[in-house]
Design a protein around this ligand. Structure first.
Ligand SMILES: [Zn+2]
Length: 227
């Protein structure tokens, strides 16, 4: 199957190509359980991107920009963990799934994650505090001035295409430790995406052959014999 190209990606004005959407849905259906994490890296990539995109859509990533406890960092947050897994896996680029430009993009994004998260979370904390000191007011103004948004929509659209290419370059399912994995009977994505074999020319795929004489019965076709 051919790799996905940049024109397959969603843009601010258009959805992703039909082929990319169908491919991503097939991966989701085969690899993502109803709840909880996937057994394979392939499934976790699809799940992470989908959970993050829908959190952006529903809550503007409000649950991502949340400090779970006083010492919490982005790596302690549920969505933060998904994002770091997604970016680290794409940057690692197993089996050269992505081109250099894509790796550079995700690598640059990865570097911006922690500073952006700390800035936005701290900004939220200061803005919602009942009273703040002079020093905190200065801090708030400085944080506000350093306003540089993460390109979330662009990131998830690009990740959708790159995850599809990652799965094409890594069709054998692997777990987080790199060992072979199996998810509900699927071990190799090539089987999932292989075109169906052409129908048997003798019976046209019916499984039986019409009788040659009126007195006889139709015969099972040789293609149905298990051997
Ligand atoms: Zn046949």
């Amino acid at each position: 199957m051919e790799r996905f190209e940049r024109h397959d990606e969603a843009t601010p004005v258009a959805a992703a190509s039909e082929r990319l959407r169908a491919f991503t849905k097939a991966l989701w259906d085969a690899l993502v359980p109803r709840s909880g994490p996937c057994l394979s890296v392939q499934g976790e990539l699809v799940r992470a991107n989908e959970r993050l995109s829908s959190e952006l859509l529903r809550n503007g990533l409000g649950n991502y920009y949340t400090r779970d406890d006083e010492a919490g960092t982005v790596a302690d947050n549920f969505y933060g963990k998904l994002l770091l897994f997604l970016l680290d896996t794409l940057v690692e680029n197993r089996n050269a799934a992505l081109d250099d430009d894509d790796v550079a993009y995700f690598s640059d994004t990865r570097r911006r994650v922690a500073p952006d998260w700390e800035r936005c979370v701290r900004l939220g904390e200061l803005e919602s505090a009942e009273t703040i000191s002079e020093a905190e007011r200065a801090e708030l103004e400085a944080l506000d001035a350093a306003d540089e948004q993460m390109p979330w929509d662009d990131l998830f659209a690009r990740a959708t295409r790159c995850i599809a290419n990652w799965c094409l370059a890594n069709p054998e399912l692997v777990d987080l430790g790199g060992a072979p994995a199996e998810e509900r009977g699927v071990r190799d994505l090539r089987r999932l995406f292989a075109a169906p074999p052409p129908p048997c020319p003798r019976c046209q795929g019916r499984g039986w052959v019409p009788a040659t004489e009126p007195k006889r019965f139709p015969e099972p076709c040789s293609c149905t014999r298990a051997d």
